[in-house]
Design a protein around this ligand. Structure first.
Ligand code: PBG
Length: 337
C-alpha cells in the first residue's frame, strides 16, 4: 500500500509520465519533433553600393548588406545547408514614390541581388516579396490614393513585379501585401510569362502586429508610414477570418502558406496545417528576434536556449519550416550536433 504521506495511488503508479523522461537516452528516444537546418529560411536586408555591411541597431547581430557582401553571406548559408533566403531591400529615399514604381525596374536592388545569388550560389533558393513598402514614399504595401490603399491597381502592379522578379531568377514569389486576389493574379501572370516552375508562398495570414518595428528600421520605412496597415492586415483577434483568407489563397493557387508573426500565432499555424495540408511556414519576425536578443543581452534569459526552443515550437505547431533571422546562428549550432 501507498505510504499515506505520499498520496500516489495505484493508478498513478501505472501511469508515471516521468519514466520516459528519466534519462537523456529515453528523452531522445521519445522526442516527437526536431529542428534541422532543412527547416530554415534566412531573411536578409540589402543596401545599394559595394562592400557595405552595416548594423541595424534594433536587431543586434543582423546587418544590412550590399549585394557583393550578401553573396558571400549567402554562400556561407548555402554551405551550412540552409535551403533558402528571403530578401528585403533598403532602397535610396529618392527612388521611393507614391506608387512604388522602382519595383518595376528590372535592375532594381532586389532583382540585382537575385541575379547575383543565382549566378554565384546556384544551390540556394531565392524567395522574393512583391509588397510595395520598401519602394513607396508612404511605407504602405500598396498604392495609396487619397486615404485608401487601392486593391486592384496594386494587384496589377505586384503581378507585373512578380514576373520581373522571376525573370531575374527568383524561385518563389512571396507576396506579403495582403491585397485580395493577388495569388490568382500572380499565378496567371507567371504562367503567361512562362514561369510555370516559379512557386508562390503566400503570406496567407499576416496580422496587424506590433512585432514589425525593427524590420521597419532595417528598411527605413518606420518614419515614413502614414497611419497603420489595419485595412489590409488581419486583426490579431481573428483566427477564423485568417483561415478563410488562407482558403482563398489555396483556391487561387498558392503552393505554400505562411503565418506572420510566428510565436503569438502558433494556433493559426496548427489550424492552417490541419485545414489545408499544404506546407506551412512561420515567419519569426523582427520583433520576436529582437525581444529574445534584448532579454538575453540583459542576462534575463538564455538567448541561445530561447532561440532553439522557439524554433522547435514552430515544428510542434505543425510548421514545415521557419523564416528566422537566427537561421545562420542556429545552423552553426546544429552543425556541431
Ligand atoms: C511588409 C513587410 C513587413 C515585414 C516584412 N514585409 C511588415 C511591415 O513592415 O508592416 C515584417 C518582417 C519582420 O518584422 O521581420 N510588406
Amino acid at each position: 500500500m501507498t505510504d499515506k504521506t505520499h498520496i500516489v495511488d495505484e493508478i498513478t503508479g501505472h501511469r508515471r509520465m516521468r519514466r520516459n523522461r528519466k534519462a537523456d537516452w529515453t528523452r531522445r528516444l521519445v522526442q516527437e519533433n526536431r529542428l534541422t537546418v532543412d527547416d530554415l529560411i534566412w531573411p536578409i536586408f540589402l543596401v545599394p553600393g559595394t562592400n557595405i555591411s552595416e548594423p541595424i541597431p534594433a536587431m543586434p547581430g543582423v546587418n544590412r548588406m550590399s549585394v557583393d557582401v550578401a553573396v558571400e553571406a549567402v554562400k556561407e548559408a548555402a554551405d551550412l545547408g540552409i535551403p533558402a533566403v528571403a530578401t528585403f531591400p533598403n532602397i535610396e529615399m529618392d527612388l521611393r514614390d507614391q506608387t512604388g514604381s522602382n519595383i518595376l525596374d528590372a535592375n532594381n536592388l532586389l532583382n540585382q541581388a537575385t541575379a547575383a545569388f543565382k549566378k554565384h550560389v546556384p544551390n540556394i533558393g531565392v524567395i522574393t516579396d512583391v509588397a510595395l513598402d520598401p519602394f513607396t514614399s508612404h511605407g504602405h504595401d500598396g498604392i495609396l490614393r487619397g486615404n485608401e490603399i487601392v486593391n486592384d491597381e496594386t494587384v496589377d502592379l505586384v503581378a507585373r513585379a512578380a514576373v520581373m522578379q522571376a525573370d531575374a531568377g527568383s524561385d518563389i514569389i512571396a507576396p506579403s501585401e495582403m491585397m485580395d486576389g493577388r495569388i490568382g493574379a500572380i499565378r496567371r501572370a507567371l504562367d503567361a510569362a512562362g514561369h510555370q516552375n516559379v512557386g508562390i508562398m503566400s503570406y496567407a495570414t499576416k496580422f496587424a502586429s506590433g512585432c514589425y518595428g525593427p524590420y521597419r528600421e532595417a528598411i527605413s520605412t518606420g518614419g515614413l508610414l502614414k497611419g497603420d496597415k489595419k485595412s489590409y492586415y488581419i486583426d490579431p483577434a481573428n483566427g477564423t477570418e485568417a483561415i478563410r483568407d488562407a482558403a482563398l489563397d489555396v483556391e487561387e493557387g498558392a503552393d505554400m502558406l505562411m503565418v506572420k508573426p510566428g510565436l503569438p500565432y502558433l494556433d493559426i499555424c496548427w489550424r492552417m496545417k490541419e485545414a489545408f495540408g499544404l506546407p506551412v511556414f512561420a515567419y519569426q519576425v523582427s520583433g520576436e528576434y529582437s525581444m529574445i536578443k534584448a532579454a538575453a543581452a540583459n542576462g534575463w534569459i538564455d538567448g541561445e536556449r530561447m532561440m532553439l526552443e522557439t524554433l522547435l515550437c514552430f515544428k510542434r505547431a505543425g510548421c514545415d519550416g521557419i523564416l528566422s533571422y537566427f537561421s545562420v546562428e542556429v545552423a552553426k549550432i546544429l552543425a556541431k550536433g
